[in-house]
Design a binder for this molecule. Structure first.
Ligand code: 6PG
Length: 493
């Protein structure tokens, strides 16, 4: 076996297989391995002719095929499967070698694996890879974290060659030390959850509030995709809505069970935000909306029992359970017209919250993440690619960057212009009894954030009364407490 520089890849499920082909298509020799050998053999049979691909049966043979310092990548399922692969590979590697995990790992696991690898002198790179099957094959967005020097020396050329590019700039940039790459990928997925929830709420409101047919909604999404909302998710939403089920002749969306599943990255994003004290309302609502959707049996029972507007429950004539106030009739042109701006504003909020979370984590973990770079590498290849990421990049490339994306001139202006239709959509959804948690929570976040003085003073007062938890004052420094059980005088705590 030649000791020519090879890129090693283990784990030939769809993402890993496509990534290996992508690397080989760029003329870079790839040594592949898979735990189940037959899968590796089939892969070589089907794709071996596409470029310099070689298959290896055992982990030891595969590692031996790589020239030093070795660069090998694991593309297996996050969690125990990744640990098992690492445990097997690590003893075969030597100081200076590089081990990359391209799965959707939890960043805390990546930090732990980084320490284990470092103890052997092996550089561990935790890389977020987004773009699904197509992206892996034709150009994903890659978010690598780990030791910068090892990344630059041994990995960067390969990743930049295979990543998507936008205007000649690769959708791949070093994120930061240890778990930073997987952290950013986690937040990417959280934003993906919020984005999809907003799209689903828009569809629901267009269909059951504005009375549009599924095909008309697909056309509307296509039109939206030509404006400010241009993005991969809007584009594919139009495709899914336009798709007709072959066996029934109905729109596919009507025959898919309405219970959303999840693998965990959205939940991790919300949990992390709670732990860090970052208000991440849109993404968290999106996670809860999925869990509520999964209570399918309970919802079916409740549909016949719990009244909607006008006191009606769901019946044959009203399968969506909308029963709006008399006269609403489910034909609301204003609602249909307002939704584009409402979606745009809520989407800005989802990204603003995600970027605020990355800023908080970067500070706390000492990662020095460049938010402008993250917006740059999300412009292409990944699931949340969208036209307005160019504007986000511009906002964070300025020095100093905004404390919150909503404060950047472009976005402050966009939100001001969108706010009237946004408010009407949230109000109308409530009137119609159509749940719009992501729309409503993003508007509440906007209104809460732009409020110089809010009602939390009362919460502090209540806490002081029932638990002597103390409060601070607006007019002088110090911590205070009222002697509620005595004469009501204020004392300094
Ligand atoms: C991507 C996707 C990818 C995957 C999600 C799906 O960036 O390519 O985010 O990572 O499709 O993990 O996640 P759920 O199953 O949790 O929706």
């Amino acid at each position: 076996m030649s000791q020519e520089r090879h890129f090693g890849l283990t784990g030939l499920a769809t993402m890993g297989a496509n990534l290996a082909r992508n690397v080989a298509h760029h003329g870079i020799p790839v040594a592949v391995h898979n735990r189940t050998t037959s899968r590796m053999e089939r892969f070589i049979e089907e794709h071996g002719g596409e470029g310099p691909l070689s298959g290896h049966r055992s982990t030891a043979d595969w590692v031996a095929a790589l020239a030093r310092p070795r660069v090998c990548m694991s593309m297996v399922q996050a969690g125990p499967a990744t640990d098992a692969v690492i445990e097997e590979i690590l003893p075969l590697l030597e100081a200076g070698d590089v081990l990359i995990d391209g799965g959707n790992a939890n960043f805390r696991d990546t930090q732990r694996r980084h320490r284990t690898a470092a103890a052997r002198g092996v550089h561990f790179i935790g890389a977020g890879v987004s773009g699904g099957e197509e992206g892996a094959l034709h150009g994903p967005s890659i978010m690598p974290g780990g030791e910068r020097e090892a990344y630059e020396r041994s990995v960067r050329d390969v990743f930049e060659a295979i990543a998507a590019d936008v205007d000649g700039t690769p959708c791949c940039a070093y994120v930061g030390p240890d778990g930073a790459g997987h952290y950013v990928k986690m937040v990417h997925n959280g934003i993906e959850y919020a984005d999809m929830q907003l799209i689903a709420e828009s569809y629901d409101l267009l269909r059951h509030g504005a009375g549009l047919e599924v095909g008309q909604i697909a056309e509307r999404f296509e039109r939206w995709n030509e404006g400010e909302l241009e993005s991969f998710l809007i584009e594919i939403a139009a495709r899914v809505l336009a798709h007709v089920d072959v066996s029934t002749g109905q729109p596919l969306v009507d025959v898919i069970l309405d219970a959303a599943e999840q693998k965990g990255t959205g939940r991790w994003t919300a949990q992390d935000a709670l732990e860090r004290g970052v208000p991440l309302t849109g993404i968290t609502e999106a996670v809860f909306a999925r869990t509520l959707s999964a209570l399918h049996g309970e919802r079916e029972l409740a549909a016949g029992r719990l009244a909607g507007p006008g006191g009606r429950t769901v019946g044959d004539a009203d399968p969506a359970g909308l029963a709006g106030p008399a006269g609403s009739g489910g034909r609301d042109q204003q609602l249909a017209d307002d939704l584009e701006q409402a979606l745009y504003a809520s989407k800005i909020v989802a990204y603003a919250q995600g970027f605020a979370q990355m800023a908080a984590a970067s500070e706390a973990e000492g990662w020095s993440i460049s938010l402008g770079d993250m917006a740059t590498i999300w412009r292409g290849g990944c699931i949340i690619r969208a036209r307005f990421l160019d504007r986000i990049r511009e906002a964070y490339d300025r020095e100093p960057g905004p404390a919150n994306l909503m404060l950047a001139d472009f976005f402050a202006q966009a939100l001001a212009e969108a706010q009237d239709p946004w408010r009407r959509v949230v109000a109308r959804a409530a009137e119609l009894g159509i749940p719009a948690p992501a729309f409503a929570s993003s508007l509440a976040y906007y209104d809460g954030y732009r409020r110089a003085r809010g009602p939390a003073s009362l919460i502090q007062g209540l806490r002081d009364l029932f638990g002597a938890h103390t409060y601070r004052r607006v007019d002088r420094d110090g911590v205070f407490h009222v002697m509620w059980g005595e004469d009501g005088r204020e004392v300094e705590a």
